[in-house]
Unconditional design. Structure first.
Lengths: 347, 347
DNA sequence: TTGTATGCGTTATCAA
DNA sequence: TTGATAACGCATACAA
């Protein structure tokens, strides 16, 4: 009563209100919603009319309390999307939310200072019933989170995986090896033979796979000799890429094409080429990774991750019965060709 | 019992468990948490020990049911962040989540096909008690959402505002006029006199303000004659900016500097300059808007929105008592100077 | 097919 | 200061 007056608006109608309106018991209303076959069609219609008339919506807190399931999926959002998700984080988040919607689940966003705090928060959210399950992303080598959550019996699915404990938890990932591999295939088909790679230092799960894809494809095409020494590593920054590219282009036999581990690096490669007076796409072919907005702006070819599919698979795995064996999923990326890799090698 | 066995793990401890462990009543435990002054220090300690020992966390569903407040803030996430939030959406979302955390509130993400569906979803979420309040962003002229939510008595705060009904709801916004105005000031101080503007067509709340900032500053500096006809508009795309810039640079007296309404447009301006053989920062100065990652990559000067502050203010307004008069907030942006506007005009 | 009783975990009211 | 009881809205087992 008091609340009703304070808020200046009627409280939401409850199951009991609907029952009263329809002249039936609460249980009958509940049955109409959850087991319609148990209710006489006429009654059913009457109840449904009452529901519409009153604008009734089941109270999720009450449902959650009763079922001990909040239908909320926890997701930690980082200050600036890190490494592999930079530039496509938006798409991922939206795809998760969209996939969740179809199953009447919502995303619960939370923040944490670091991975330890992230795990702590997840445990607290789970124990307090605020979230039923979690999505982890940016899985690194020896990531402490999967085992921490597993130990507490907290359901989760990871976007990304570490080869070491790939079987220990459920994950969805994009086939990064196939990505850079396809980039090399593409460049080879354009006539390139000296194809360089600019990527992250060894030791990161994603970076290592992207490097491996480049190497394996180069070898498969029998270009290992041509590409010897054309594999440089550094931090994921424009500046680092500029320096690495300068080194590559300064060689006696410089590469005619460069595959970059990220679009940020690709942007640096392009910048370095321009500074040297080379025209991107004619004098030097470039392929980036992630198909970020920046790649589109710079007209850089790039490997596009099927993020929307990742989101769907993550949610599907999350809502699948936990007893089933982990069905992990590796999704193929797609090469988006733009002008930066359109032409044949000029020398 | 059954659930306990199925899940293979103990249910979270409840208030009753803590009470039993500490040898007190449930109410006493509740008092320790909410009104510690009512409890004898010794009892208090005993209860706190039991809480820690059992790893007790209050059940949020039960709290929500009892208090009819979910401590959830609804936020619609769009497929690709639109217009004004492109490139900085991540930062905004994180700042909201972070600001909410300090008040023990979380973000609930939902999706919707369009604005009508967005409003419908918000109403449903509110009525079902899933969210207490909402954040709206990308407010346009004649935005239907504020009035729709207001009409239903649903609390919300907007990021952005429409001048027409600026007093009708609570909002937080960045001073876009001040942004482009500062950009012009900066360019004038570098010696530029013919300063162009490339922006969105008239009719958008944000775009109009950015254009107005440019114009007012140009006039204030007495450069209206120099800048006559240097104000072009088109869609927010690289291609459009290229075309507009080509037109500007093709004039008998081309501008020596261009302020762009967004970083995307600024990227197009830069591209067009390069195609014409001009060096950005030397032959043509450019200032973008939003300080997106793309601007950083291209070394474009840009107006940076204080998104973290916006998030804080939005949450603060949301959690402030609804009866207080709307205190709207206009935050100043900040010019980030990079090489694209470093030099003086060359001609 | 429909109605009754009970419990989910918490907080507020009231007695002791 | 502490403890018993009711209520929040829903869903389930059970009885009619």
């Amino acid at each position: 009563m008091v609340r009703r007056q304070l808020a200046q608006l009627p409280d939401s109608p409850t199951l009991a209100d609907v029952a009263r309106e329809a002249g039936v018991s609460r249980q009958t209303v509940s049955n109409v919603l959850h087991a319609p076959h148990k209710v006489k069609p006429a009654t059913q219609r009457r109840v449904e009319q009452a529901i519409v008339m009153l604008g009734y919506h089941p109270n999720r807190s009450a449902q959650a309390l009763q079922s001990s399931s909040s239908r909320m999926i926890g997701y930690r959002i980082e200050p600036q999307s890190s490494g592999t998700l930079a530039g496509i984080h938006d798409r991922f988040l939206h795809s998760l939310a969209e996939a969740g919607r179809t199953a009447d689940h919502h995303l619960l966003l939370y923040t944490a200072a670091d991975r330890a705090a992230e795990t702590d928060s997840a445990i607290r959210l789970f124990r307090s019933g605020a979230a039923d399950a979690f999505v982890l992303y940016d899985i690194t080598v020896d990531d402490p989170r999967p085992s921490a959550l597993h130990e507490k019996g907290i359901p989760f699915v990871a976007f990304g995986h570490d080869d070491c404990d790939a079987g220990a938890y459920r994950w969805v990932d994009v086939d990064n090896v196939a990505g850079t591999s396809a980039a090399v295939d593409h460049l080879v088909s354009r006539g390139h033979r000296r194809i360089g790679f600019v990527g992250w230092p060894d030791g990161s799960a994603v970076g290592d796979r992207r490097a491996r894809g480049w190497r394996s494809s180069v070898e498969r095409h029998g270009l290992a000799d041509f590409c010897h020494g054309l594999d440089l590593r550094g931090p994921d920054s424009v500046q680092a890429a500029i320096e690495m590219t300068a080194a590559l282009l300064g060689r006696p036999e410089p590469p005619t094409a460069i595959v970059a581990g990220t679009d940020t690096l690709a942007a640096g490669v392009a910048r370095a080429a321009l500074r040297r007076g080379l025209e991107v796409g004619r004098d030097l072919a470039i392929v980036g990774f992630d198909d970020t907005p920046t790649a589109a702006v710079l007209e850089l070819s790039s490997i596009r991750q099927p993020i929307e599919d990742v989101g769907r698979h993550v949610i599907a795995a999350l809502l699948a019965p936990g007893s089933a064996p982990p069905r992990n999923t590796l999704l193929p990326p797609q090469l988006v060709i733009r002008s930066s890799s359109a032409g044949p090698p000029s020398r």
